[in-house]
Design a binder for this molecule. Structure first.
Ligand code: KIV
Length: 277
């Protein structure tokens, strides 16, 4: 008889149960080793399309493909066993029609093994979200600052500063919640608006630069760990500063190689039998 205990992953139901209670803890992950380290501590591992910038050095997220997301989704699934894994739908993989969205979302779920997809958009995406969720595809929505629309939104800036913009975000939140999203990322949104919409809708709001008034927070793991220095948003608190440690370790390694002081095979594997005789 097997004594193995299989840990069940968190589900959309578990995440929804956080509404108004203990905050939902979310970090991004793109690789197996990072997923292994983060999995015990988070409720959701988000394979964000931010990987285009953080891992691939792109200027924006617009060049990320469905294949890239599937491959990184698979890697994160291999490195985790408890957290719910959500994979971002990249730019131009869902905006054209709800059928296009379904085809790509179904590929992402089936090929990566993840539990849900995330897509950006408010009222204009409500019909698509309803189409997906009523056909077995759980959706995490994403409103407020939407990086895939950065070219039409006038850059990266806080949203909801004036009354019109606040009304738009609140209407977006209501629309995606009614459409069936199980939770929603609220990005770059001022506190009073984040608070108001969190009170208004029945699903958890996961803030990023949107204050602790939300039902949880998501951050990019590399930002939190001090591994991505191209641009760090002001709201990100660094819990570690790993870049200098990595640089120093690489420099120490290089010095050891140049000085030929690294361990010889005998040190590692013992002296071969013949050499002993
Ligand atoms: O792409 C991403 O990583 C995201 C989060 C930062 C919310 O969308």
């Amino acid at each position: 008889m097997s004594t193995e205990i299989r840990t069940k992953r968190l589900t959309t139901r578990d995440i929804r149960a956080h509404k108004g209670g203990e905050p939902v803890v979310v970090l991004t992950a793109y690789t197996t080793p990072m997923a292994r380290l983060l999995d015990p501590h988070v409720d959701i591992l988000l394979v964000g399309d931010s990987l285009g910038m953080v891992l691939y050095g792109m200027d924006s997220t617009l060049g990320v493909s469905v294949d890239m997301m599937i491959n990184h989704g698979k890697a994160v699934m291999r490195g985790s066993s408890r957290a719910m894994v959500v994979v971002d739908m990249p730019f131009a993989s869902y905006q054209e029609s709800r059928e296009q969205a379904y085809r790509n979302a179904a590929r992402i779920l089936a090929e990566s093994g993840c539990a849900a997809v995330k897509l950006e958009g408010g009222r204009e995406m409500a019909d698509t979200i309803h189409f997906l969720t009523s056909r077995g595809v759980p959706v995490m929505a994403h409103i407020g600052l939407m990086p895939q629309s950065v070219n039409t939104a006038g850059g990266f800036r806080a949203h909801g500063r004036d009354e019109d913009e606040a009304a738009v975000i609140r209407a977006d939140a209501r629309a995606i919640a009614e459409a069936g999203a199980f939770c929603v990322v609220v990005e770059g949104t001022v506190e009073p608006v984040a608070r108001a919409l969190t009170e208004e809708i029945a699903i958890p709001t996961i803030g990023i630069g949107a204050s602790p008034a939300c039902d949880g927070q998501v951050l990019v793991a590399e930002d939190v760990l001090g591994l991505f220095n191209d641009f760090t948003p002001k709201f990100v608190k660094r819990f570690a500063d790993l870049s200098p440690l990595i640089s120093q370790a690489a420099a120490d390694y290089a010095a050891e190689v140049k000085a030929r002081t690294f361990p010889t095979p005998q040190h590692c594997f013992g002296i071969p039998k013949k050499a002993k005789e």
